[in-house]
Write a protein that binds this ligand. Structure first.
Ligand code: S3P
Length: 430
């Protein structure tokens, strides 16, 4: 396994642009493939997860040119995919597996979906259930509710699905299958999850309406390829926001960050913790963006739970690290979903931060962190989870002593170049 050694950063100054949003990059390739004509994507995230999506659609006959963050998809329309010669490999990517399953359920060919060890442990029943309600023929090969998945042709019926989880992957999967159904498909979720699917499908010509936490889609949309510009990923920006907040005498500007209201929970929570973060140059054209000006701040503990959780679900490992530097106690609750991410993020963050000296306790649906115990270097393990690796790396740049992260290179999943960028703002690393 690869091991990364983290050095301490002194103060952070300057500007940075983080790579494109992962959720939006996946969708741009998928929906561009189902649209007629050319979709030119700029700001695409060339991380391993999004490259898995490109590779799946190439296997289904779509011509896709990719050069760094510029991607051109030559879409063939809603019914233009062709039968893949072998298994579609989604790698580590839950978004690829769950969204593609919705699309594949509406095809006239049989397909098999698989991926790495982590993805084959993650729950797929959450999509098998609604897709089966729509008369899709989808099953888990090992009958354990996990991948590999086999999807055979089916005549899809529209449904109104009341999702038990606030998950954009589940919502998107059902809406995508709904494009191939016999009527209007609706999804209601307990709390609104990220709405990039709705925004992009509408932009490409689909009839998608949202009312509260219910989204409806009309079948057989005529999607037309269009230029798509992907903003910087707020989930990637979170690592730099955090680093600047807890590194002494720091002030950084993070340019062009997506601040979609279904994703901006991290800004709300950090402000509650006393963070000095200012939003500049706000643009509300399509997916909203802003430049974020962040300064070193004294943080205090907070309670993170309820409606905000889906709006910051991927940032919770980073919040757990920041809570160690905050005064008082931070309680994270209502976040049992963390247990079924790329790793069990509650167990992984609790174990690793404890090794670094943190006063942290796991709960079934979150963590309790008592701030103020100084963190020190240690041997930690990412468990091949990119967000655990990046959160721990930030902790390593501010703690005393050296941090070694086993499996540290998995940052490539969502942020190739992360370690380079982590040091790029430091004015004298030791
Ligand atoms: C994503 C949705 C979230 C998130 C994941 C990306 C998406 O997952 O954690 O990183 O692109 O739709 P869930 O839908 O499982 O909450």
């Amino acid at each position: 396994m690869d091991r990364i050694e983290i050095r301490k950063n002194r103060s952070l100054h300057g500007e940075i642009t983080v790579p494109g949003d992962k959720s939006i990059s996946h969708r741009a390739v998928m929906f561009g493939s189902l649209a007629s004509g050319r979709t030119k994507i700029t700001g695409f995230l060339p991380g391993a997860d999004c490259l898995s999506t490109i590779s799946c659609f190439r296997k289904m006959g779509i011509e896709i040119e990719q050069q760094g963050s510029t991607v051109t998809v030559h879409g063939k329309g809603l019914h233009g995919l062709t039968c893949p010669a072998d298994t579609l490999d989604t790698g580590n990517s839950g978004t690829t597996m769950r969204l593609i399953s919705g699309i594949l359920s509406g095809q006239k060919f049989t397909s098999r979906l698989s991926g790495d060890e982590s993805i084959c442990r993650r729950p797929m029943k959450r999509i098998i259930t609604p897709l089966t309600m729509m008369h899709a023929d989808i099953r888990s090969e090992k009958e354990n509710g996990c991948a590999p998945l086999i999807i055979r042709p089916g005549e899809l019926k529209s449904i109104h699905y009341n999702s038990p989880v606030a998950s954009a992957q589940v919502k998107s999967c059902v809406l995508l299958a709904g494009m191939y159904a016999d009527g209007i498909t609706r999804v209601t979720e307990p709390v609104l999850s990220r709405n990039h699917t709705e925004i992009m499908l509408r932009y490409l010509g689909a009839s998608v309406t949202s009312e509260g936490t219910t989204v409806s889609i009309e079948p057989e949309p005529a999607l037309a390829g269009r230029a798509l510009n992907v903003p910087g990923d707020i989930s990637s920006a979170a690592y730099f926001i955090a680093a600047a907040l807890v590194t002494p005498n720091s002030e950084i500007l993070i340019r062009n960050v997506g601040i979609n209201p279904t994703r901006d929970g991290i800004l709300e929570v950090l402000k509650n913790m006393g963070a000095d973060i200012r939003l500049l140059n706000i643009s509300r054209d399509g997916e909203p963006t802003a430049d974020l000006l962040v300064k070193t701040s004294s943080l205090h503990g907070t309670v993170v739970g309820g409606e905000v959780i889906p709006r910051l679900i991927d940032e919770i490992p980073m919040i757990a690290v920041l809570a160690c530097f905050a005064e008082g106690t931070t309680v994270i609750r209502d976040a049992a979903e963390l247990r079924v991410k790329e790793s069990d993020r509650i167990a992984v963050m609790t174990e690793n931060l404890r090794r670094m000296g943190a006063d942290i306790e796991a709960a079934p649906d979150g963590m309790i962190i008592r701030g103020g115990s100084p963190l020190h270097g240690a041997d930690v393990d990412s468990y091949a989870d990119h967000r655990a690796a990046m959160s721990l790396a930030v902790a390593g740049t501010v703690c005393e002593g050296q941090l070694r992260i086993e499996g540290g290179n998995c940052t490539n999943i969502s942020y190739p170049g992360f370690y380079r960028d982590l040091y790029s703002l430091s004015d004298g690393s030791v």
